[in-house]
Ligand binder design. Structure first.
Ligand SMILES: [Zn+2]
Length: 79
């Protein structure tokens, strides 16, 4: 799994909507990628700050904002 795939799957993961195989790959990516590990923490924090809503109830605006913030942040990182 790469970082883009990870970002696409974050909300599905938080919703518990991934199949077992995809979830295994998702969790594997967290273990090997600090950026995505931190990103997941950030999403979780945001979700709980919003009142513990399931990720699926995040407005599309909030979700897009988080995703673009993350992409910008990734872009600034040295590879
Ligand atoms: Zn990653």
């Amino acid at each position: 799994m790469n970082c883009n795939e990870f970002v696409e799957l974050v909300t599905a993961y938080l919703e518990g909507a991934l199949d077992a195989e995809t979830e295994r790959r998702f969790v594997g990516h967290i273990a090997e990628c600090d950026g995505c590990d931190r990103y997941l923490d950030q999403i979780r924090t945001t979700v709980s700050a919003l009142g513990d809503l399931p990720a699926e109830r995040l407005g599309p605006d909030v979700r897009d904002e988080l995703l673009s913030a993350f992409r910008n942040w990734k872009a600034k990182r040295p590879v």
